[in-house]
Write a protein that binds this ligand. Structure first.
Ligand SMILES: Cc1cc2nc3c(=O)[nH]c(=O)nc-3n(C[C@H](O)[C@H](O)[C@H](O)COP(=O)(O)O)c2cc1C
Length: 406
């Protein structure tokens, strides 16, 4: 886990919507991620979720409305103490009523006063009936709050507890956590930047049921995309055929073959400030595709002719516009440095992240990686760690060079 995520202090406000029943799950996810959590309930939220369950999961008392102006806790001024303590305040679910109260600056409830007092980033996760959400008062309140700098997590669409179908569902704890990390990430070094990341393998079909591929899982590319997104970038992820969750926040383009990945990369590359080519694209595809499933023939061997795919990184290198930074990946089994250095020159890359796929706990499918990060300017460094840490290090290096070369 990235170092800046260590023991973050989270105030989780839960308000009186039906999705409050998911509050305990959010607390569990936060605690599991190593966060220190203080839960604050509105008075009406207690009708939907038990303070005892929340206290048990958070490992501490739950703050209730009765604690706000109480003699027992009043001297602690709970709303100020909690507001100052928090690294980030998350309100999930956030009702239409609470949105209206925040927009009007109301402090009658402990949660409302806390939100007025805090200087920490605030993430609001509205959840309600589709018509309540679409109502012009709610829409106005959301717009006002966005303008004031609150981060609003867009509700999901689907079946709603009230029997309606449409927009208004509370996103999963996983998605809420990712948005929270983005809100609390201390490095906003990629704000306003557009980033394209390719990740995963490609499948090159021989016939309707067989393909040539490689063991790439897309984990490294997704980690690079995630780290850029935490830093404020708008991220487009072109992803090969892998089953990956946790993709919220990105504009995801799913592709299967190298040809599709090329088309998608070309279509999106123009406006990008940074392009990271982390996908393991097949160098070759079967020269001929058989529309019918190939049958065993009498012979013991089968010859398949292969045709070369376009080298997407090199093609992007040729089209690179002024100021665009192109970062390639090289999975090598031998002559790592020699091959990687050659690729920088041949493909007009600014950086290459090279890894030795024969090294233990490195390369395809693992959660860790050992990489050399080489720059076209001759810079070189080595880094080992989780793929999340490697992704952070790649951005640290690329952005520090970019700053110093200005
Ligand atoms: C069964 C039931 C479910 C409700 N669900 C929601 C909801 O999902 N979202 C919402 O904005 N309001 C919902 N409400 C209305 C809120 O409970 C009501 O506005 C309440 O005063 C909110 O108070 P609070 O925001 O201070 O917690 C629901 C009401 C009932 C009776």
């Amino acid at each position: 886990m990235a170092e800046w995520k260590n023991r973050k202090r989270i105030v989780l406000g839960i308000t009186g919507g039906i999705a409050a029943y998911k509050g305990p799950e959010i607390v569990r996810a936060l605690v599991k991620a190593g966060c220190d959590v203080e839960v604050v309930l509105t008075e009406d939220a207690e009708r939907f979720v038990s303070p005892m369950v929340l206290s048990t999961l958070a490992g501490k008392r739950t703050w209730r409305q009765q604690d706000f102006l109480s003699e027992e806790y009043g001297w602690k001024i709970p709303h100020i103490t909690l507001a100052d303590w928090a690294d980030v305040v998350v309100v999930a679910p956030c009702t239409a009523e609470t949105l209206a109260n925040i927009a009007q600056g109301r402090g009658k409830e402990l949660l409302g006063s806390l939100l007025l007092a805090t200087r920490a980033p605030v993430l609001l996760c509205p959840a309600m009936n589709v018509n309540m959400l679409a109502d012009s008062s709610t829409a106005d309140n959301l717009r006002i709050l966005k303008e004031r700098g609150y981060t609003i997590l867009d509700p999901d669409s689907g079946d709603l507890a009230c029997g309606y179908e449409g927009k208004g569902r509370l996103p999963s704890p996983e998605v809420i956590l990712e948005e929270m990390w983005r809100a609390v990430c201390p490095f906003k070094t990629l704000e306003g930047k557009h980033i394209l990341v390719t990740a995963g393998p490609t499948w090159e079909f021989l016939d309707p049921v067989r393909f040539l591929s490689n063991p790439s899982t897309g984990k490294m590319g997704v980690a690079v995309a995630r780290a850029a997104w935490y830093r404020g970038a708008s991220v487009t992820l072109i992803l090969g055929p892998v089953p990956l969750s946790r993709l919220a926040g990105f504009d995801v383009v799913r592709v299967v073959s190298a040809e599709e990945m090329k088309e998608a990369a070309f279509a999106h590359s123009g406006k990008m400030d940074f392009i990271v080519k982390a996908a393991a694209v097949g160098d070759y595809r079967p020269a001929e595709y058989s529309g019918e499933k190939m049958k065993r023939s009498g012979s013991a061997t089968l010859q398949i002719e292969l045709a070369q795919n376009v080298d997407i990184a090199a093609a992007l290198g040729e089209r690179k516009h002024d100021g665009q930074v192109l970062i390639g990946f090289a999975a090598e089994s031998h002559d790592l440095l020699k091959n990687a250095t050659e690729k920088i020159r041949k493909k007009n890359l600014d950086y290459i992240v090279a890894n030795d796929i024969t090294a233990p706990e490195s390369g395809f499918g693992t959660d860790t990686n050992t990489v050399r990060i080489l720059g076209a300017d001759g810079s070189a460094s080595e880094f080992s760690g989780s793929k999340e840490d490697v992704a952070e290090e790649i951005w640290n290096i690329v952005l520090s060079h970019k700053r110093s070369s200005r």
